[in-house]
Design a protein around this ligand. Structure first.
Ligand code: PMP
Length: 316
């Protein structure tokens, strides 16, 4: 098992409670409720490097921080880190690590040190970044299977918030799918489609896209929202509605989306190919539009890109 010191993407610095410290010193107490009871909220963001601008852009930072604020509010954390402070820490960690390539950023806020499962403080925060190139599956697509684990319910462990405790459900689903060398599709208790362990689903039927609603056991995904916006721009109709299990097999193409994987085409579901089993034309068109958007080639959405490096580095 590789430890973090052997990883090529290991950063030099992390930020804990606003302080920049060597990555190897960024530790959590074994008594922290954030660890034992998963009383931790987090966000995963991407930074996109633009060589032509000599600049790194954080994608939809404000929206991620807004979602983190809601997650913290729901699980009741004392003095949670403000969005302004977390934004500053994101910029600080990228600069401290001299990040000059596509990367992933993780913010966390958790109940630290000694406490029980309803402790609301003391709250600590962390921010890290690491190099992360686009995943190969963006091009090749992946096979998916419907797993036997059901999505946790909104009135049990709400998928709408990005709290670590929810990732047990994702993990069980992901492990089951991995045994078939595939990625997971999770159904709700009523048998309708929710999402995957770490991303949302879109399917194409009769030239239109369909995707589960935000009340179908999903995280309110920022990538999903971006793709709804882009689909409207390019004139592809999207229906947000409940999706029955058998509709998965009526789809002629589809994709899985989230910050980390961006857009992964779905090649097959439960061994049945979607269309000809290769990424479809609507998927490819939206992938191109997504790439244009995150890399600042779509003027309309430049406000979603926050430059992270000092203006000096941004010149030329
Ligand atoms: N659903 C789950 C369960 C996730 O973990 C993620 C990744 N954050 C997503 C959906 C996609 O969300 P986003 O597009 O905001 O990254």
């Amino acid at each position: 098992m590789a430890n973090s010191s052997q990883r090529p993407d290991r950063p030099s610095f992390a930020i804990i409670n606003g302080e920049t410290i060597p990555f190897e010193d960024a530790k959590i107490s074994i008594m922290a409720p954030g660890l034992t009871f998963a009383v931790t909220v987090f966000e995963g963001l991407r930074g996109y490097w633009r060589r032509d601008k000599n600049q790194l852009y954080v994608f939809r930072m404000e929206d991620h921080l807004k979602r983190q604020e809601f997650s913290m509010k729901l699980i009741e954390l004392d003095d949670p880190p403000s969005a302004e402070d977390t934004a500053k820490h994101i910029i600080d960690v990228l600069r401290a690590n001299k990040m000059r390539e596509d990367c992933y950023i993780r913010t966390q806020a958790y109940v630290d040190d000694w406490g029980d499962m309803i402790a609301t403080g003391p709250v600590s925060s962390s921010v890290i970044c690491r190099a992360r190139a686009r995943v190969d599956a963006f091009q090749t697509g992946k096979d998916f299977v419907v797993v036997s684990w059901r999505r946790n319910a909104d009135d049990a462990s709400p998928p709408r918030i990005k709290v670590s405790a929810n990732y047990l459900n994702s993990r069980l689903a992901g492990l089951e799918a991995k045994r078939s060398d595939a990625s997971a599709i999770i159904l709700n208790r009523d048998g309708t489609v929710s999402e995957g362990p770490g991303g949302c689903l879109f399917l194409c039927r009769d030239g239109k896209l369909i995707t589960p609603t935000i009340n179908d056991g999903i995280l309110e995904s920022i990538t999903r929202d971006t793709l709804l916006t882009l689909a409207a721009d390019v004139g592809v109709e999207v229906q947000e509605r409940r999706i029955g299990r058998t509709e998965l097999h009526l789809a002629t193409e589809g994709f899985y989306c989230g910050t980390g994987q961006e857009m992964t085409p779905i090649n097959s579901i439960d061994g049945k190919p979607l269309g000809d089993g290769k990424p479809g034309p609507i998927t490819r068109m939206l992938q191109a539009a997504y790439d244009d958007l995150v890399r600042g080639r779509n003027e309309k959405y430049l406000h979603w890109l926050t430059p992270a490096l000092p203006a000096k580095a941004g010149e030329g």
